[in-house]
Design a protein around this ligand. Sequence first.
Ligand code: FES
Length: 224
Amino acid sequence: MPDDSKKNKPKTTSEAGIPGAFEGETVSRRRFMTGTAHGAGAIAATAFTLPALAIGLAPVFEKHEQPWQAVGPPEDFDDKSYIPKTITTTAGVGEVGKSTVYVRKRNAQIDTEKRDEYNAYIAISSRCMHLGCPVRYVAASEMFICPCHGGAYDKEGKVTAGPPPRPLDRFYTRVKDGLVEIGPRFSVNSEMRRFSPRDPGQPIDGIGQYIYPARPTVRKLPGT
Ligand code: FES
């Protein structure tokens, strides 16, 4: 049997018997106002959400190409203690883009990271791997200490106390034109295996390396 319900459906509001309807009006004013309010709401929500999303996601796609930087001649460093040096980790942002790096010569008695052409000198980041506070090397106790939440690291940068989830990050090093140079940053797990740089608070032991993958813009670094 043919369905007459569509054929019989009123085309105008006056045919539908809506009170106050105008002749030839096809959409009721109530429905029109509801549609307009929903449309305006959607535009307002987009105007708030899109910039917030862009700000939140931008760092993930940011490209950081850290150039090699000379920090002094090889004879400035020994294999017993660290010398603090300042390098630029983010160019063009002034002091905020600078960071302290602790540098010393490699010492077979201390260092367990696999030896290669990039670690004749050890350069350790001063950024705590818990929440990023600056750590300080205390020569008397041969430890890196974080003032924020009691994080402590041994001379190699491995966690010995507190909440940091992984050892201190490191930098590639090399000797070029008679100077020790500091290169890109990388992260290490508790076995001192190299990984592309991760952010503080991201463990990379076991399943952590998959839960916290490297940023998509980070290029593959030697040994990672
Ligand atoms: S930021 Fe270093 S222990 Fe929390």
